[in-house]
Design a binder for this molecule. Sequence first.
Ligand SMILES: Nc1ncnc2c1ncn2[C@@H]1O[C@H](COP(=O)(O)OP(=O)(O)OP(=O)(O)O)[C@@H](O)[C@H]1O
Ligand SMILES: [Mg+2]
Length: 357
Amino acid sequence: MTEEAILEALRVVEDPEVRRSIVELEMVKRIEIDGSKVDVEVLLTIRGCPLRTVIEDQVREAILAVPGVTSATVTIGTMTDEERDRFAAKLRGTPEQTAESPLLNPHSTTRFIAVASGKGGVGKSTVTANLAVAFARLGYRVGVVDADIYGFSLPSIFGIADVKPVVVSNLILPVQTHDVKVVSMHFFVPENRPVIWRGPMLGKMLRNFFQEVHWGELDVMLLDLPPGTGDVALDVHNMLPKSKELIVTTPHPNAADVAVRAGLMAQQVHHDIIGVIENMAYYQCDQCGEKAYLFGRGGGDQVAETLGTQLLAQIPIGATGKATGIFTADSLQGEAFYELAIGLASTLEMTPTKRKE
Ligand SMILES: Nc1ncnc2c1ncn2[C@@H]1O[C@H](COP(=O)(O)OP(=O)(O)OP(=O)(O)O)[C@@H](O)[C@H]1O
Ligand SMILES: [Mg+2]
């Protein structure tokens, strides 16, 4: 039994936040071997890291799996400022890579889908979040940017409004929930303080969401755009020229008119519109299966036809999880989002990274 053997065994342990080996990230500070007893110290970025017991258990398990080891003592320490800087530098990668986020690289294989609507309250954020969860359920690596920087609501939809992202030497780690990585302006403004943005700051903020955030590798990234036909769509286009746009509308003809305007704006900035989602399309009776069209009918078809694209999904009205806006996998809505994700993945020629059962 050698230090190298122990270090090799620890390679399988990943930092749950950045999903990279703790050995590769140089988080293993000390290994001491005394006969068949092993004593290691692992450094975490912040004191009182909520994931500390997860790492501790995995480290102990990995060491005990090495032949000849009878006992393992695991000490969890905290990085010094210097060690934290080195850790951040490792995450950022080589200096060449820091110039531009890998996601913004034209050769990046990440697919970008911006979710837009003509007016507020049609369920754009709900659609973004649930579509992201559906992609994750299919085994894709998913990131979500809450680009609705005034009306950010994704954290409460995901049930993470009280969570703060970990910041390591100015590098922000997205909050992970439902197997999705989320970054929202919500995380960076003091509570109850309105956000006032001017155009240029807005674009800069959006860029920061890419540049200053360690996303890791992603198969698909969704962006929740603010409602209407604003500057943000233009910024997104400049930054992510390959981005596709999904238009969300309700079935009501009035809502459809406004949604068309958002779609026309997307076409103006040469965003490919990938399709239309009709949200709150109908209410389906549990017992009899009959559909009640509470908010009118035909909005989705009308928008799709006017914009020369397709109606991809009709999401029924329903109840989400208790503390979140996420529909369960077995609900009518959950199933509709699952089908939608399968269809989009096929259109965008995506293959899942982490195949799931
Ligand atoms: N299919 C649905 N069934 C039932 N309720 C829904 C559905 N979709 C959205 N909602 C509810 O409608 C409300 C508005 O949804 P959401 O916040 O997603 O809309 P939005 O278009 O993002 O609004 P905003 O313009 O404020 O950003 C929320 O309370 C949400 O829970
Ligand atoms: Mg919203």
